[in-house]
Design a binder for this molecule. Structure first.
Ligand SMILES: [Zn+2]
Length: 358
């Protein structure tokens, strides 16, 4: 009996060894679930079925740095993968989270995290204000997280815009407001505002110039050689500078240029949506931004109306290479550029008063 038990243990140990060797030799990043490619269509009046959406590990950047993202083909705002990517660095020092996914999937995001760690959730950094990145802030604050962000993001969150029907904005949930704040300094772009050393990793929160919004932060994991670059870049749909929240197309170009200095050629860049990239992949994106800015400016200088500029179909040369190139995504992008090339409003408390187009 004893010998059989020993033999069994020996076999069990043998079965474990290849898994360990594989893990040690693993080449990161590992893609577990790639985002979908589309095209996607949703019937009129479609409502996102939040109960059907799952959140799971989609990429691994190192043995203790995982990326979380949502189901494909259910969320019309992000059909390739619901929500905005979140990241979790975990280990004996606790969990550091980058972004939280949507409020409606908060429990599923926590469940996904509990699938690989029981450590307490201690730190949360918000890369920008959009609800697919900050929606579960209050939920994770109640789990114990202290929330960090740029001061502009905090201002945006404290003063939510009025509702379309003329009603005042609902009061913000104070539990979800970032309390560890810092500012972007134009004199020192790329300089970390906060650095954490935990779980064998060094993590830098780097405030960005107004680009996707006024309160953008990128998050660098030095040892994993990976940077979460949030949404100033995207490869599903056309660029989105949320100008009402302080974003800027020209700021996106500056952000790309900063990455040519910040990242090594082999650094993995993790956008909020779409596929993982390297810094070289930012260059065709930059060229497109520069090209469209020049073309829209020329038309606007000729006093063309927004309608005429949209009708010029300036994105046509890029449609083939742009996944998720819906009419809505193109029109939004061209409208942003149109508004930026002339009389672009300044940022006040993290916001710009953008013109309304009928
Ligand atoms: Zn966003």
């Amino acid at each position: 009996m004893k010998r059989r038990a020993l033999l069994f243990l020996g076999l069990a140990a043998l079965a474990v060894i290849p898994a360990i060797v594989w893990a040690q030799g693993a080449q990161y990043p590992i893609t577990v679930v790639a985002p979908g490619k589309g095209p996607y269509t949703f019937p009129p009046g479609y409502q996102t079925p939040w109960d059907k959406i799952d959140i799971f590990v989609t990429e691994k950047m190192s043995a203790n740095l995982f990326v979380l993202h949502g189901s494909e083909a259910l969320d019309p705002a992000h059909p390739d993968s619901s929500g905005g990517r979140a990241m979790a660095l975990f280990g004996p020092d606790g969990v550091l989270l980058v972004d939280t996914e949507n409020r409606q999937t908060a429990e599923k995001t926590l469940k996904a995290i509990r699938g690989f760690t029981d450590a307490p959730i201690r730190i949360l950094v918000n890369t920008h204000i959009h609800p697919d990145h900050t929606g579960a802030n209050a939920f994770f604050a109640k789990q114990g997280a202290i929330i960090f962000s740029q001061e502009d993001l905090q201002s945006e969150m404290l003063r939510p815009p009025a509702r379309g029907n003329g009603q005042p904005a609902p009061a913000p949930d104070m539990a979800g407001i970032p309390v560890g704040t810092y500012k972007y300094n134009p004199a020192t772009p790329g300089q970390p505002a906060v650095t954490f050393t935990m779980n064998g990793e060094t993590v830098d929160f780097i405030p960005m110039m107004p680009s996707h919004t006024a309160g953008d932060t990128i998050v660098r994991f030095r040892k994993a050689n990976a940077i979460y670059i949030e949404d100033f870049y995207r490869n599903f749909g056309y660029p989105f500078a949320d100008q009402a929240q302080g974003g800027s197309i020209k700021g996106m170009i500056e952000a790309v240029d900063l990455f040519q200095k910040l990242a090594a050629p082999d650094t993995t860049l993790i956008p909020g949506h779409g596929t993982l990239i390297k810094k070289g992949d930012l260059l065709p994106y930059r060229a497109m931004l520069v090209d469209i800015l020049a073309k829209v400016k020329k038309l606007r200088d000729q006093n063309k109306s927004l309608k005429e500029v949209l009708a010029a179909n300036l994105t046509a040369p890029y449609d083939k290479a742009t996944q998720g190139d819906t009419q809505q995504s193109k029109d939004r992008f061209i409208t942003e550029v149109y508004d930026e090339v002339k009389d672009f409003p300044p940022i006040v408390d993290g916001k710009r008063t953008m013109p309304r187009h009928p």
